[in-house]
Design a binder for this molecule. Sequence first.
Ligand code: CTP
Ligand code: MG
Length: 247
Amino acid sequence: MYLLIPAAGSGRRMGSAWQSQGKASRNKLLLTLLGKSLLAWTLLAADASSQICWIGIIGQPSDWDDFRAIVTQLSLTKPVHFIQGGSTRQESVYSGLQALPPQAEHVLIHDGARCLATPDLFDRCAQAVLTCPGLIAAVPIKDTIKVVGDAGLIESTPNRSQLWAAQTPQGFSVPLLKKCHQEGRQNGWEVTDDAALFERCSLPVQIVEGEETNLKVTTPVDLAIAEFILRQRSTLTSNPSAQTQPS
Ligand code: CTP
Ligand code: MG
């Protein structure tokens, strides 16, 4: 399975996390959690997946030196390729698709910022995408969602039982996703995930049960939550009985 990791953002909403460390803002994927960058955590999970055989990191040239240093330090078992991204996530994924080797039939796309995804989630998505044209990891939402109009007044309350929060990995047939991206460029569609392009082209997208902990690290609060989850995982790894002991 081929994996593309969009990592070419600027992390605008994370700016204050750098400032609190006295540093100028940079790509949030270079921020560290328990001594490893966000990108490193994402790469380690992908490398531990039994299904992934090829990893493409989509980044900006200003980050190449740091990205290369991260990859070198991790001694990954899978080949890693560096692909230049664009000014939006949609453009970055488009570039990634053009850089896939011709034999790639299916692809998983996973945001570098979702650094808590587990190898098991990659494996389940990689297996499922062999049996359908498109899929996304997603979880049922817990909040009640309101549709709010320009005047700040609620317009409606969608039925929560039908609402799912989209995550990545998202998996697709490569020729179909390339076609959808092409359509999107021709028609000026602006979307925030690849499934949305599939939907606009009336192609089916299946749901794979995601993980509640698979959050997208977007703001400084997410960074703190991610650190808590990673600490808990490392405690469970070093002491598996910790989970079953009464507190
Ligand atoms: N991304 C990308 N190319 C872009 C913009 C975003 O590859 N031009 C990637 C990000 O690096 C991230 C993922 O898409 O892994 C999801 O985007 P987001 O969480 O919005 O990250 P940023 O765009 O970096 O953050 P912000 O929107 O706060 O600036
Ligand atoms: Mg963004």
